[in-house]
Design a protein around this ligand. Structure first.
Ligand SMILES: [Zn+2]
Length: 115
């Protein structure tokens, strides 16, 4: 049996679920850009001031507790950036749905905040 939930709360839940249903592919991890020195002692990256190599676009994520890094080209970043954006949206929607559910159980059960 479902608890009696106010209409506007149910409408909000349906809005979140509809948005979840529209989401595309999602990639975990973070994209960062860094400049780097190489191993050549006479290279321009060792001069003062240094002219570093890069920027290198790195995709970093945790796989079984270990950090895994892949280097992306500009084209790959352009292609896959929306997948990272989708991942952030997925987390936001998931957090929102959890919060809505927490607020609802507190309200339905007559509990105070943080119980
Ligand atoms: Zn160099």
């Amino acid at each position: 049996m479902s608890p009696n939930v106010p209409e506007q709360v149910e409408a909000e839940r349906q809005r979140i679920v509809a948005a979840l249903g529209q989401i595309g592919f999602v990639l975990p991890g973070t994209i960062s850009t860094r400049m780097a020195r190489c191993g050549k002692q006479t290279c321009r990256c060792r001069r003062e001031p240094p002219q570093l190599h890069g920027p290198y676009i790195q995709w970093t994520r945790a796989v079984k507790g270990k950090t895994v890094t892949k280097v992306f080209s500009e084209a790959q970043l352009a292609t896959y950036q929306p997948w990272f954006d989708n991942n952030r949206q997925l987390r936001e929607l998931s957090t929102h749905l959890q919060q809505l559910s927490l607020d609802t159980i507190r309200s339905v059960e007559g509990w105070g905040a943080e119980t």
